[in-house]
Design a protein around this ligand. Structure first.
Ligand SMILES: [Ca+2]
Ligand SMILES: [Ca+2]
Length: 114
């Protein structure tokens, strides 16, 4: 009973393998020659580039504007992560630590009688 069940399963897998192979070929990976599609995100200072269908595969992204290094005070999202001038806020923990260190030093100096 078990053996015939396994044989049936193997037969089903064998018969369905061409179907499985077709499923693996997703429509995403197959493209029509010469077609184009937008690529890369259109976030912040970035702009869509164009990918072209060459030999049935999408080419690398061409044109558009790629993410750059974040410039901290230009009011733009240069690195296209959705945050504008976020490097300013990244300095806050350092400023807070320096402030606390300064206060601790002052308190110690006062306690020591300076
Ligand atoms: Ca940014
Ligand atoms: Ca910026």
């Amino acid at each position: 009973m078990l053996k015939s069940g396994l044989a049936l399963l193997a037969l089903l897998l064998f018969l369905s393998s061409p179907a499985l192979a077709q499923i693996e070929m997703s429509p995403e990976s197959v493209c029509t020659e010469g077609n184009t599609r937008p690529c890369r995100a259109n976030v912040g200072e970035c702009e869509y580039g164009v990918s072209t269908c060459v030999n049935g595969e999408w080419s690398i992204c061409e044109g558009g504007v790629e993410p750059a290094l974040e410039i901290c005070d230009n009011g733009k999202d240069d690195n296209c992560n959705g945050l504008v001038d976020e490097c300013v806020t990244e300095l806050w923990p350092i400023l807070i630590i320096l402030g606390v260190l300064f206060l601790v030093t002052m308190v110690l100096l006062i306690k020591m009688g300076f």
